[in-house]
Design a protein around this ligand. Structure first.
Ligand code: DQA
Length: 147
């Protein structure tokens, strides 16, 4: 079965209580359960991880080689700072979709630039928790059209 890695970066463990007016009231655990259930309907298995540490995210991208066919990455604030995450995606060549709950382009100027976008297949942002299932669907379509 095709396997996808959904990687979540810093502060996303606080979803549910963190700025709910921006990120919604859904917890990361609830998002994970929704992703796993949606993955089953698409015949893909989902591995769902969160870390507040940049190096752990880099390690998980490296470890995805040979295990996961695609990565969905909500890198949180590291989106706007991390050349290391960009390089990990480019270095492993694993198709990656950049994901954000909020529409980063509608927000503060410092969120408008992404180091991930250059390395990503595409970007989904602004659809809240629903974006996770949109990203799974987009990744399944991308992998199908490239196989
Ligand atoms: C975020 C957007 C980032 O700018 C922010 O730092 C986050 C969450 C989002 O999902 O909307 O932590 O990635």
């Amino acid at each position: 079965m095709t396997s996808l890695l959904i990687l979540n970066g810093p502060n996303l463990n606080l979803l549910g209580t963190r700025e709910p007016e921006i990120y919604g009231a859904v917890t990361l655990e609830e998002i994970e359960a929704t992703c796993v259930a949606y993955g089953e309907t698409k015949s893909v298995s989902i591995t769902f991880l969160q870390s507040n540490h940049e190096g752990v995210l880099v390690d998980n991208i490296h470890a995805a080689t040979g295990t996961h066919a695609g990565i969905i990455l909500n890198a949180g604030a590291f989106t706007h700072t991390s050349i290391a995450l960009h390089d990990a995606i480019v270095g492993t060549q694993i198709p990656t979709i950049e994901l954000h709950l909020s529409n980063i382009h509608k927000r503060e100027e410092f969120r408008h630039h992404s180091y991930i976008a250059r390395a990503a297949v595409g970007v989904i942002c602004g659809f809240g928790a629903a974006g996770y299932n949109l990203a799974i669907n987009a990744m399944v379509g991308h992998l199908e059209s490239n196989n």
